[in-house]
Design a protein around this ligand. Sequence first.
Ligand code: TXA
Ligand code: MG
Length: 345
Amino acid sequence: MKRASKKAHSTRIYRGTPRNIALLARALQRGEPVAVPTETVYGLAGNALSPAACAAIFRAKGRPANDPLIVHIHDLAQLDQLAHRNPAVEKLARAFWPGPLTLVLPKKDIVPDLATSGLPSVAIRMPAHPVFRALLKKCALPLVAPSANPFGYISPTCAGHVRDSLSGKIRHILNGGDCAIGVESTIVDLRDPRCPVILRPGKIGADEIARVLRVRVAAQKKRRAPATRAELAPGMLSRHYSPRTPVVLHARLTPAIIASLPADEAALPLFSSEKLTPENVFPLSEKRNLQEAARNLFAALRALDSSKKRWKKIHAELAPAGVAAKDRALAAAINDRLTRAAAKA
Ligand code: TXA
Ligand code: MG
């Protein structure tokens, strides 16, 4: 970075026109951070090959240096520049990329230690959002991009969320509309292709990955405790995605429970129901659709957290166990994020 200015930056939101994409590609090549749309959540992108650009991302987010970044690529040739492949990579790439899947692989020396917090592995994802893909292609660089929120706060799912919490800290936000999925990518540790481990649940589930690879896929919980703190995916930190307002979890938010809540506490049921009309009830999906609920989750938490009503608590409903097979992974992802949002420390 030329200038570690203490002055606040003026922050601008750009539409995804070819001219703006070319301008922001040049900003990335100069080492400046650019907030970008992805199909999961907005990211704060920077040149993955530049330690200074990576440092600027950590600084803007207030992110601790022991929390490694995901590197986003445009094509598989870039993956070979960054990481050592194994045969499982190609199978998963064919099935799920571009898309909401991140693979942890042994890293090559070109990836700065700062990007991986000194780990010998690197997390790599090929995102699907067309506007971000256009930017990746134009700048011709792999881009680190953590979610574009201050560390520990709720991930952004539209350009306005990024402006609300990073205004003055970054100059550029590329607008690509509302995120279609709304929760972050599934992270899989694929260093041992015979024994993939899910480090963070997302839209793509263990079953789907197992079907493609024809091996068992483990969840992080069933693994031995990590040897060092650095081995943890900080998505594993219990408190994360947290609003300032305390979150209380419910296995079911029945009309009776909602009716018993004080007027200054908000209810966040998954689905709307005719029986629910009070002013403190904010269903995540009108259509009783879990994908819609996931898409709206972070926006709803942000809106309640910054509401003039100053809610004393947010009562959130966990996704039930018995959802349709196609929604099972998303249900696990929603419950993972809600559990972290409710964690005290
Ligand atoms: O959907 C997503 O993945 C979004 C969008 C912007 O692509 N990105 C995202 O990044 O969620 P972030 O930084 O908020 O979360 C990245 C997670 C962290 O929990 C981090 O610990 C984990 O990825 N991670 C990164 N590198 C890792 C590695 N080498 N080994 C294990 N976990 C890693
Ligand atoms: Mg994040």
